[in-house]
Design a protein around this ligand. Structure first.
Ligand code: ATP
Length: 300
């Protein structure tokens, strides 16, 4: 079957609500406009306008805020094949030359396909998590003072610059420390679209709570006294990941209560009328606390 051409990859049935990302609609549509507008032009228009596709995005912000989630959903939406996910510390192999080889390999498949199939080769997304681990300012001694970090940055730069003829690669870098990333990497033509993904505000937290309680609500496992608006107010400074943790903790309280009425064996066959109640969420709030960061509300 024919693969979609590199500049008509968007899925026609795309809806933001279906992505399961809470509270980041503005960020998502901004990334979309800045990084993908050129790819959804009718074929040939980008060439006529003399515009090159964006080949790199940097998502930065505190841990657990949905950076990986967004990166993966971008891939789905663009009908790209499953993204390659690579982790900074993993790339930093202690053997001389191996880290550079790892970077080279990352790009090799996409390059090969583009050579063989031209614009029909579809989009390859490479997600690079914890980018700061390998791409610290050169000369800063990243990689344990061995200079390994420097040559990894150089290799990544030469790969990104070398994809001049390649339409089909998109690198999505992620970091909690944008200030640590070598500036050369952040320039135009490289990781040129920068987007901060910060902690969710109250409305965002309510959306995230909704997303992470979808299943239990659909299955009648959430009691009617659970007030998500109230919980959104009580979870200031929580990241999306911490809100997911809160829901998990609340479930464990509900299970514990349910268990008191029977045995584990009985529970295995039948969770029966078990429901997660507001009291379970209040218990969870005593247990799950935000680790990082200051939300925008605190700065007001
Ligand atoms: P890190 O910097 O630690 O890699 P991250 O920003 O990439 O973190 P994710 O891995 O995307 O965070 O988030 C972890 C999990 O938290 C997600 O799989 C999801 O379940 C939940 N989560 C985080 N943010 C959101 C959000 N905005 N909407 C819905 N779920 C979220």
């Amino acid at each position: 079957s024919r693969r979609p051409a590199a500049n008509s990859v968007i899925r026609p049935d795309f809806k933001f609500e279906d992505l399961g990302i809470g509270g980041l609609d503005r960020e998502f549509s901004d990334i979309f406009r800045r990084a993908f507008a050129s790819r959804i032009f009718p074929p040939g228009l980008a060439e006529k306008l003399g515009i090159q596709h964006v080949r790199g995005i940097l998502l930065y912000g505190p841990p657990g805020t949905g950076k990986t989630l967004i990166a993966r959903q971008i891939g789905k939406m663009l009908n790209a094949r499953d993204p390659k996910v690579i982790n900074g510390p993993e790339v930093l192999n202690k053997y001389v030359g191996q880290s550079e080889e790892n970077i080279r390999k990352l790009f090799a498949d996409a390059e090969k396909e583009q050579k063989e199939k031209g614009d029909e080769s579809g989009l390859h997304i490479i997600i690079f998590d914890e980018l700061d681990a390998v791409c610290k300012q050169r000369g800063s001694g990243a990689g344990g003072g061995t200079g390994v970090g420097d040559s990894v940055v150089n290799q990544l730069l030469s790969k990104l610059d070398g994809v001049d003829q390649l339409n089909n690669i998109l690198l999505i870098g992620m970091t909690n420390r944008k200030d640590m990333i070598d500036e050369a990497l952040l320039r135009s033509g490289r990781l040129e679209v920068h987007m901060e993904i910060s902690l969710p505000d109250e409305a965002g937290r309510q959306q995230i709570l909704k997303i992470h309680t979808t299943k239990m609500r659909e299955n009648g496992k959430m009691a009617s006294d659970v007030d998500l608006a109230e919980l959104a107010r009580s979870t200031r400074n929580f990241s999306g990941a911490e809100i997911a943790g809160l829901v998990k903790s609340a479930s464990s309280f509900a299970l514990q209560r349910h268990l008191k009425g029977g045995t584990v064996a009985a529970l295995k066959d039948d969770v029966g009328d078990m429901q997660i109640r507001m009291e379970d969420f209040l218990g969870a709030l005593q247990e799950v606390h935000p680790l990082f960061g200051v939300s925008e509300e605190d700065l007001e």
